[in-house]
Design a protein around this ligand. Structure first.
Ligand code: GAR
Length: 212
């Protein structure tokens, strides 16, 4: 059983998608063992509690020094002894030591087709605002492994979503979540849990038997 820790900052709809997929068998060989938030009032924590999953909250606001926060955050992740760390809307810059400790064992969901609309400053609703202001006709979501850069790690899965004339950022965000994020994030966890992903030379490959 792959031990999964999910890190969140907000509403936790992606976390919910993971819980639902474990329940209905779209994710096998994996269990969520802990949920970590940087925000005490994140609704994602309520979702975790309702699902009977252990939670931890580590907020940078509670520490005078960033180094202290980094240390406590790493200790919180380590305490769950995870095989995989999933960033599901975790909107905090990660400590380098955490990234190094979980190299090739940490994935992130990003609400665009990387390398478009990603990197510093591109998160949440802002991404969709930028997509609309550029007049894009297609957007989507990406699951990638986390490296030291910002949204720069090996891409594992992507799914395209149509932009519809008259979309607001909120409407587009919801469509990207429904049609892409809530599908590819559980799928990525299932693939990893079943040994169907290999990360090599900076590329994530789905092993052949998983493609059929
Ligand atoms: C999701 O859209 C996720 O892709 C995005 O935050 C949202 C969290 O929603 N993440 C990023 O923008 C990371 N750069 P949720 O809390 O309802 O899952």
């Amino acid at each position: 059983m792959l031990r999964v820790v999910v890190m969140v900052s907000g509403g936790g709809t992606n976390l919910q998608a993971i819980f639902d997929a474990v329940k209905d068998g779209r994710i096998t060989n994996a269990q969520v063992v802990g949920v970590i938030s940087n925000k005490k009032d994140a609704y994602a924590l309520t979702r975790a509690e309702q699902a009977g999953i252990k939670t931890a909250c580590v907020s940078p606001k509670d520490y005078a020094e960033r180094a202290q926060f980094n240390e406590v955050l790493l200790a919180a992740v380590d305490s769950f002894a995870p095989d995989l760390v999933v960033l599901a809307g975790f909107l905090v810059i990660l400590p380098e030591l955490l990234i190094r400790s979980y190299k090739n064992r940490m994935i992130n969901i990003h609400p665009s087709l990387i390398p478009s609309f990603c990197g510093k400053g591109f998160y949440g609703l802002k991404v969709h605002k930028e997509v609309l202001s550029r007049g894009c006709k297609v957007t989507g979501a990406t699951v990638h492994f986390v490296d030291e850069g910002c949204d720069s790690g090996p891409i594992l899965l992507q799914k395209a979503v149509e932009v519809v004339q008259g979309d607001t950022p909120e409407v587009l965000q919801r469509r990207v979540m429904e049609q892409a994020e809530w599908q590819i994030l559980p799928r990525a966890i299932d693939l990893i849990a079943n040994g169907k992903v290999e990360v090599k030379d900076g590329f994530a490959q789905i092993l052949e038997k998983a493609l059929v």
